[in-house]
Design a protein. Structure first.
Length: 84
């Protein structure tokens, strides 16, 4: 990030928010949020949306033989698979 985060405008902060969140940093500890209730509310809303999305999308493990089937399909397509 460029410039003094304590003197950052809301527009500047919000333009960098996606990168800040994507970096894995604790966005809630950003100095701009100490003085800006609007951006704190925005971040809270984004966190609520992200939490809800995680609940909607359940983690699903692939079937045990998935990679074997992918490999077999590739070999069949290349014409190198043996038919047992």
């Amino acid at each position: 990030m460029t410039g003094d985060p304590n003197e950052m405008s809301c527009q500047q902060f919000q333009a960098q928010l996606a990168d800040l969140i994507g970096s894995g940093e604790d966005a809630a500890s950003h100095p701009h949020l100490l003085t800006c209730a609007n951006c704190r509310a925005l971040l809270a809303d984004l966190q609520t949306i992200a939490d809800a999305a995680r609940q909607l999308l359940t983690a699903q493990q692939p079937e045990e033989d998935l990679w074997d089937r992918i490999e077999l399909a590739i070999k069949k397509e290349e014409g190198t698979a043996r038919v047992d």
